[in-house]
Design a protein around this ligand. Structure first.
Ligand code: XMP
Length: 534
């Protein structure tokens, strides 16, 4: 029998992914699909009995104005349904209740009176009022509201401005909440979602990474058979974990191509080779293309142009290598597959999770490392991490025996130091920056601050400033240190690192990296700044 699962229908909320993450944190497998799947699709999806419940997400529209509805079949499967925000409104409308445009928009923190007599909210409360009512601290975001309960429903939660903030039909196991249990600002949110999937839906908590390795290995073997796979290794977490997993599955049928564009971090290439070639005994081709990249970047100062040049060259070099590999292997058929470390958020973000009618989630960025390549090379696409969130990819990496330093490494942009050297990129600058950056990271680790920040790095400023060292005057370059905390990289705050640590880093850089005589710390949030400087 297939794995038990929860279906999340996405009405376009920016936080739909968080619902999926919370469900998976409860060790229940779930998938996000757009709200406009057909009734027939839902019936087929539920046909094997593995589906245990449905969650309707929030949306950016209002149920009062929007035509988006859940397939009616969802309410006829005999399975529990949880509607969140828009999901609750459409549930109310589709089952015979009423939704009206609210005069007052409620965004942010709210205190909800929880009528704890339902299976969903029983005994959950954050505090009690003087009158003895149980209260929940929640995150609300809505303009419209349910003004009339559908037949069979009772009131489950309310606020002054939103008298129906929660509703339940316990006979059919239908629940709706106007607030967002998936965000951490809703203190009991995780407990509510756990309760819904484990107790109300009765889903088995069997989504465990250890077991997933065996399943994933079997699936890759089945998919690939005796054919050959190539994979572009970047040194980043996703491609590394994908490589380790595929290597575990098919050994030498995998060839990794590591394109060194000369804009990597200090010793990065050696580390990647050490891990994959020496320790895992994977077939890795290392291509030193640094001169090619430096030549192409000479004289170019515009950030966007730099990105484009690096991206295009990367694809060219990779393509050439792939063709070489295909040609060299004349005895065999050559590679048939291109593997990529695409993860679930990429799939959802680019609206590509769905073969039907286009994804609901707004396309934020489409960032496949080697976009368009499979078609150009005539290769089939192998994406073994497509179902996983970032934290699950990391867990998988650990389960595959990759070292934590690699798996928990900060993200590094595709164009590498190319966007951390302001203006024109030169080898001299890259060499200085690499060493300064390594000192910063080294000291962060020593001070146990590395895992406390989301991303930290040094930026090279091609301006000279006057200094004094010993008896002499110096006139050298400047580096800026950047460290941020963020959960989603869409917004970020600069990290308030201990001053002693910053002093030590500054001291070491100026003393050990000849050519840099001044260190500054970036105290700009995002917004208004971005995390990278270019
Ligand atoms: P910004 O600078 O936009 O960065 O605040 C947000 C996050 O994205 C990373 N980043 C990139 N990653 N290719 C990538 O793979 C890129 O071109 C790129 N630009 C920025 C950045 O490091 C941060 O984590």
């Amino acid at each position: 029998m297939s794995r038990q699962k929860i279906l999340i229908l996405d009405f376009g909320s920016q936080v739909t992914q968080l619902i999926a993450r919370r469900v998976r944190e409860a060790h229940v497998y779930c998938e996000v699909h757009p709200c406009d799947v057909s009734d027939e699709w839902v019936r087929r999806y539920a046909a094997d009995g593995a589906l245990k419940g449905v969650i309707l997400s929030g949306g950016h529209a209002s149920a009062y104005e929007s035509a988006d509805r859940a397939p009616q079949t969802v309410f006829e499967l005999g399975l529990p349904v949880l509607g969140i925000c828009y999901g609750m409104q459409t549930m109310a409308q589709q089952l015979g209740g009423k939704v009206e445009s609210g005069r007052q928009r409620e965004f942010g923190y709210a205190e909800v009176r929880a009528r704890g007599h339902t299976a969903l909210l029983k005994d959950l409360q954050d505090f009690r009022t003087a009158e003895g009512y149980g209260m929940l601290k929640v995150w609300m975001s809505h303009g419209d509201k349910v003004t009339e309960l559908p037949p069979g429903f009772k009131l489950m939660a309310s606020t002054d401005s939103c008298p129906i903030a929660g509703m339940a039909d316990e006979a059919r196991r239908f629940y709706g909440v106007q607030f967002h249990p998936e965000v951490t600002h809703t203190a009991q949110g995780r407990a509510m979602l756990e309760r819904f999937v484990l107790d109300i839906c009765g889903a088995r908590p069997d989504w465990v990474m250890r077991d997933h390795v065996a399943e994933a290995v079997a699936a890759i073997r089945e998919q690939v058979g005796d054919e050959e796979v190539i994979l572009g290794l970047s040194g980043g977490v996703d491609s590394s974990v994908a490589a380790a997993l595929i290597h575990r599955s098919i050994g030498d049928q995998l060839t990794c191509v590591f394109v060194d564009h000369g804009l990597m971090r200090l010793n990065e290439g050696d580390m990647v080779m050490g891990m994959f070639a020496d320790r895992l005994h994977a077939r890795v081709v290392r291509v030193d293309a640094s001169q090619l990249f430096l030549d192409a970047l000479a004289g170019v100062t515009d950030p966007e142009q730099k990105r484009k040049i690096i991206g295009r060259l990367f694809v060219d070099v990779f393509k050439e290598q792939a063709r070489k590999l295909q040609a060299a292997d004349a005895s065999k058929k050559g590679a048939q597959w291109l593997a990529q470390g695409t993860i679930y958020p990429d799939v959802i973000e680019s609206g590509g999770a769905h073969a039907h009618k286009g994804g609901k989630a707004v396309t934020i960025k489409s960032h496949h490392n080697v976009g368009g390549l499979p078609e150009q090379l005539g290769l089939k696409l192998l994406e073994p991490l497509r179902e996983l969130f970032k934290d699950e990819v990391r867990e998988l990496g650990i389960a595959l025996g990759l070292p934590p330093e690699m798996v928990y490494r900060h993200p590094f942009p595709g164009p590498g130091l190319g966007v951390r050297i302001l203006g024109e990129v030169k080898k001299e600058y890259a060499d200085l920056l690499r060493r300064a950056d390594a000192i910063f990271i080294d000291e962060l680790r020593a001070a146990k601050q590395y895992d406390e920040v989301s991303q930290a790095f040094a930026v090279f400023l091609p301006v000279k400033s006057v200094g004094v060292m010993g008896d002499g005057r110096t006139y050298e370059y400047v580096v800026a240190l950047r460290a941020v905390r963020t959960t989603d990289f869409m917004t970020a705050s600069w990290a308030e690192l201990p001053h002693e640590l910053l002093a030590r880093v500054s001291n070491r850089i100026v003393n050990e990296v000849r050519g840099i005589s001044r260190v500054v710390y970036d105290i700009t949030g995002k917004p208004p700044g971005t995390i990278e400087w270019e």
